[in-house]
Design a protein around this ligand. Sequence first.
Ligand code: EPZ
Length: 428
Amino acid sequence: MENFIIKGGHELFGEVNISGAKNAAVAILPAAILANDIVRIENIPNISDVSLIIQILDYMGAGIKMINKNTIEIDSRSVQCQSVPYDLASQFRASYYLIGIMLGRFKSADVPLPGGCDFGVRPIDLHIKGFKMLGADVRIEDGMVRASAAKLIGSTIYMDTVSVGATMNVMLAAVLSRGLTIIENAAKEPHIVDLANFLNSMGADVRGAGTDVIKIRGVEKLHGCTYSIIPDQIEAGTYMVAAATCGGDVLIKNVIPKHLESISAKLEEAGAEIIEYDDAVRVTRFKELTKCNVKTMPHPGFPTDMQPQMCVLLSVAKGTSILTESVWDNRFKYISELLRMGADIQVDGKVAVIEGVDYLTGVNVKATDLRAGAAMIIAGLVARGETTVENILYIDRGYEDVVEKFSNLGADIKRVEVKDESVAVTAG
Ligand code: EPZ
C-alpha cells in the first residue's frame, strides 16, 4: 500500500499540464468497439481507471496497441464477447457504458451492476428506461444487467433527472439503431460533447450534444478514426482550487477555459484572480480568501466533482460559507477528515455550513473517494505541519502523475510505500 506525505504551507508557483478527461475516456475507449474497425485514441489519461478499461477490452478480444502512454490503438474486429466478468466490471462505475455499447453492436449485453464511489443510492433506472424505449428487453438477474433486442428502433426519451451516464449510454446504444432517437433533458457536460464528437468521427449522426436535446439518427455501421480526448475539466479545476487555496501564481495549460467558467467565477468571488488564455488559465492569489456560497449543479453549473476541493478552500476563507450539494444524496463523508485537521464545518443533509478558520493542521487522513482524495491533498498542502493521506488508490484512479505535477509547482509531496493493508476501492 502507498500513502502521500505532504508538508504543507508552501505557495504554489509554475506551470502544470492537464491530462485527457477521465470521464470522457471511460466512455470513448470502450465505444471504439462500436466501429468493428481500428480506432486510434490520443490524449488518454494514464490513470488506473483507464488501465481497467484496457483490461476489459483485452478480455473481450480487442487488439490493443499502446503507441505511447497517452495514445492507444484499438482493433475491435475480432470482438465477439457480449458479457463482462464481475471482478473487472464491478470495480468502477463507468462499466455501465458496456451495456449501451454491446447492445448497440451485438444487440445483447450481460454486464454486472456497476460499482463506483459511494455517494448514497446510485440508481441506473434512467439507463434502463432508455434501453427499453429503444426496444430492448432489460432484466436485472443475479447482480447482472441482461439486455437484448431483436433490433433497436429510435425513440423519444425524456430523462426525468439530468444524468451524464444515462445520456451517454442512450447515445451509445442509439448510434447503430434504426431511425431517430431524441434525448430530452439531456446532460450537457463537456464529456457528452466529446463522446458525440468521437461517435461522429466514426461516422455516427449525433446532433445537439451540449444542449438539452440530443438527436441521434441511427446509421448502418461505423468506421475507424483517429480522435483526441478533451482536457480534463475536473483535473484542471483541482489545480485551480489548489493554487487559490495555497496562494501563488500557477499557469494551468492544455485546458478549455470555457469548461472552467463556473469554477473561475467562484474562485474570483473568493479572492483569486483568473486570467484566461486560448488553451490555458492563470490563477494568482495573494490577498486573503473570503467566504462565498457554492451550490453544485449539472453543467454549466458548478460541478459536483469539484465540491470537496472547494470545501477545503472555503474552510480557510474568512467568514461563513454555505456549500450545497444538489447532485448526490451523500457527498460529504470526507468532511469528518477535515474536521480532524481543525476545520469548522456543520453538515445538515445536503448543506455544509463552513466557518473559515485561520489554519488547518496536518494529521493522518483518508481519501474516502476520488475527489475527496484530491481535497485531502489540497488540505495537506495548505495545512501547517505534515499530513499523511491514506487510501490513495482512489486518487490514482483519476489523477495522472499527481505527485510530479504538484512537486513541479513547489509542493512538498511524496509517495511512500507502507505495510500492506488492502483497501477495496471502487470509483467513478
Ligand atoms: C458521472 O456519474 C460521473 N462519473 C461522476 O463523476 C459525476 O459526479 C456525475 O456524473 C455527475 O456529474 C462518470 O462519468 C464515470 P449521473 P453518473 O447519472 O453518470 C441520478 C468523478 O468523481 N440518477 O449524472 O453516474 C443520480 O442518483 C465521478 O469523476 C438517477 O436518478 O452520474 C444523481 O443524483 C464521481 N437515475 C444524478 O442522477 C439514473 O439512472 C446525476 O447522476 C442515473 C442517475
